[in-house]
Design a protein around this ligand. Sequence first.
Ligand code: ADP
Ligand code: NA
Length: 340
Amino acid sequence: AFTPRVFSGIQPSGDLHLGNYLGAIRRFVPLQQSHETIYCVVDMHAITVWQEPNQLRRATREVAAAFIAAGIDPQKSIIFNQSQVVQHAELAWVFNCIARMGWMARMTQFKDKAGKNSENVSLGLFAYPSLMAADILLYKATHVPVGDDQKQHLELTRDIATKFNNDYRAAIGAEGLEPDFFPITEPLIAGPATRIMSLRDGTKKMSKSDPSDQSRISLLDDADAIAKKIKRATTDAAELPNAVEGLSDRPEADNLVGIFAALSDQSKADVLAEFGGQGWGKFKPALAELAVSVLAPMADEMRRLLDDLETIDAVLRDGAERARVIAEDTMTEVRRIVGF
Ligand code: ADP
Ligand code: NA
């Protein structure tokens, strides 16, 4: 039996945004009550595409600040950055030798990110899911809260765990270890609005890595900027529908109603019960007010933390020390199993 343990990570690869908050960070907080929780700033994942070193250092602290400002308690949870626990790289190599080329080649996120230029992206970008599997399985995490966009990668983590347990069945037994050495990690499915779309184009994901998209709501935006971006959000001309079915084929409306629902802990049906039949002139100011009330205090707290780097760095150092203890236990066993 595995300890109920959650692992999740965020890349320090640009501005944290509303999608990262609603789809990931916010969901990490309540899990602290029911699970051991490990939240990682995955800087080794970030460098699969070029990162300017000083910018990477700053973004790493920003993600840590966002974790804390959102309500993750650094005493209860382990907060650290990936590069400080070298066992991630070590286990990822073993997993590179377990995973098959064909498994990796099927990953839709790689195909999206590499585009037509796949000859010229880093080998690390291709192997990214193998490092993600190492992140999760190093801690024998039983559960991972994943966004929609990460489901396929978690499937691959499960495939790697299964193949490792099978390939090394005899060695695991000979070492006197449990035959199910790695857990088959379960996804934790999110509620409404698991995928926040761009406020400029409701068919595109809100993403850190699209510098041309000025509509993205950043977690460091002040109240003014948040309100302006919501006011300018692309919408169709129609009024809000009375029922959720009326949102199909209306990606922008669906997205804004979903954001309202997530920010207010309601269903989309609840939101439409209140706003159905009304125009954007009524809905957008209400959404702006709600978004500001949730996000602005968090932005203030993030800025306060980022003015006090010693505190953030101390949290990351302490987290890395605690993570390393678990990681080294797992790697000690893995080295014996593999024959190192
Ligand atoms: P990004 O995709 O912005 O580069 P990451 O890959 O670091 O961010 O993802 C960090 C977390 O945020 C992941 O759990 C991912 O599922 C979640 N996430 C990213 N973008 C969105 C979005 N638009 N809507 C919901 N969740 C998202
Ligand atoms: Na992502």
